[in-house]
Design a protein around this ligand. Structure first.
Ligand SMILES: NC(=O)c1ccc[n+]([C@@H]2O[C@H](COP(=O)([O-])OP(=O)(O)OC[C@H]3O[C@@H](n4cnc5c(N)ncnc54)[C@H](OP(=O)(O)O)[C@@H]3O)[C@@H](O)[C@H]2O)c1
Length: 195
């Protein structure tokens, strides 16, 4: 993630899924790099505690409870900003490990809603604010599951392929605008919960 001091116009970084794992770690790193970090997730107590920790360390963070699948709430959230420098679409994860033959359609739907529509919601709502910064960055946290497949993972794999395609297509569509698109595709780690 960014290590150079951010410019005044791009000081705000929004991180989704900041209540645990990769999102919380990313928020800490961005704050240490000088961004004013806006922590979002559904578990308000956890992002509030993380904001307190970051502020106590002399950096800047605020917490905002947000479900990325709730488009009205996302649009309301976006009205708080004139411009932002960084959006990290990290909220997501895997549900179930059943084969295609017996997988639960509700799990598949929820994974698509969170990993793909959630990313779409935040990106659409905040893209004008990223453009307004003159130097914006959209990060999509996909997965190695967005670039291959594994048995028992089809629902998650399909969703992460969706997130990958969103990032690839957005990059083509906004050529010439001052926003870069970065996809990060972590491999599975035992220390966190999603492959
Ligand atoms: N860990 C890995 O090995 C790995 C590998 C590849 C890709 N990834 C991807 O990396 C990202 C983070 O994974 P992680 O391992 O750090 O998982 P994690 O610890 O389970 O964190 C997932 C985060 O997503 C948030 N979230 C889930 N649904 C949400 C919703 N509807 N609205 C808002 N926030 C929501 C959760 O917050 P709340 O529950 O508080 O809302 C939580 O902060 C995910 O997209 C995951 O697919 C992880």
């Amino acid at each position: 993630m960014a290590t150079a001091a951010p410019s005044a116009a791009s000081r705000i970084a929004v991180v989704t899924g900041a209540s645990s794992g990769i999102g919380a770690a990313t928020a800490r790193q961005l704050a240490a790099a000088g961004y004013r970090v806006v922590l979002t997730a559904r578990r308000k107590d956890r992002i509030e505690a993380l904001a307190e920790e970051i502020n106590a360390a002399g950096h800047q963070a605020t917490a905002y409870a947000l479900d990325v699948t709730d488009r009205a709430a996302v649009d309301e959230f976006a009205t708080a900003f004139r411009s932002i420098g960084v959006l990290v679409n990290n909220a997501g994860g895997a549900l179930g490990a059943d084969p295609v033959a017996t997988g639960d359609p509700a799990d598949w739907r929820q994974m698509y809603e969170t990993n793909v529509i959630g990313t779409l919601n935040l990106t659409q709502a905040l893209l004008p604010k990223l453009v307004a910064s003159g130097d914006g960055t959209v990060v999509v946290v996909s997965s190695t599951a967005g670039h291959g497949t594994y048995e028992g993972g089809a629902g998650y794999v399909a969703a992460k392929h969706g997130a990958h395609v969103l990032a690839e297509t957005l990059r083509l569509e906004i050529v010439g605008q001052p926003v870069r698109v970065i996809e990060i595709a972590p491999a599975w780690s035992r220390r966190t919960s999603s492959p």
